[in-house]
Design a protein around this ligand. Structure first.
Ligand SMILES: *[C@@H]1O[C@H](CO)[C@@H](O)[C@H](O)[C@H]1NC(C)=O
Ligand SMILES: *[C@@H]1O[C@H](CO)[C@@H](O)[C@H](O)[C@H]1NC(C)=O
Ligand SMILES: *[C@@H]1O[C@H](CO)[C@@H](O)[C@H](O)[C@H]1NC(C)=O
Length: 140
């Protein structure tokens, strides 16, 4: 838009139009700045719209993945708890077995005159856990 005063200027060159001319150039400068800032505003609004869309997508993906990870954590914790229970049960059974084997060993050792039988009983104890856990499985 042209300065409204511009077209009058030729008619009042001789008079005190200098003040009006100055006002006019100031007005034009402001108008230029307004156009510039309107363009900047438009760009920022566009960026904002794009960023908002991105934020929304990331947020959505994030909540899906977080939920999924929490599911994994839950499953892992449950599996670990179940495993620990089994381990505890077999450990208890193993302790009972060890005690009984030890008692049996003591009595047989005291019965035998040499120390050699102890070696044989040690080997039996090594095999015991495998049979214990197999025997445990169906009952639990
Ligand atoms: C992100 O998502 C959660 C729910 O999934 C919602 O409550 C929150 O308002 C969202 N935030 C943004 C910035 O979209
Ligand atoms: C083992 O010996 C002890 C004492 O020597 C006895 O009290 C115990 O009953 C014996 N156990 C077995 C299984 O023979
Ligand atoms: C498991 O027990 C059976 C008898 O019930 C026995 O024949 C076998 O040798 C044992 N195995 C082990 C590894 O101890």
């Amino acid at each position: 838009m042209l300065c409204a005063v511009t077209w009058i200027l030729p008619f009042c060159k001789c008079v005190t139009c200098v003040g009006i001319e100055e006002l006019c150039s100031k007005r034009d400068e402001l108008h230029r700045q307004i156009l510039e800032e309107e363009e900047e505003k438009r760009k920022i609004q566009n960026d904002l719209r794009i960023l908002t869309e991105r934020l929304s997508k990331v947020n959505e993906s994030l909540s899906k993945k977080t939920a999924s990870r929490n599911e994994f954590d839950k499953t892992i914790a449950e599996t670990e708890a179940a495993y620990m229970k089994i381990l505890e049960s077999s450990q208890t059974l193993l302790n009972v077995l060890k005690k009984e084997t030890a008692t049996l060993g003591t009595n047989q050792t005291s019965g035998a005159t040499s120390g050699r039988p102890q070696h044989g009983h040690g080997q039996h104890m090594v095999h015991a856990p495998a049979n214990v856990s197999r025997a445990m499985a169906p009952s639990t």
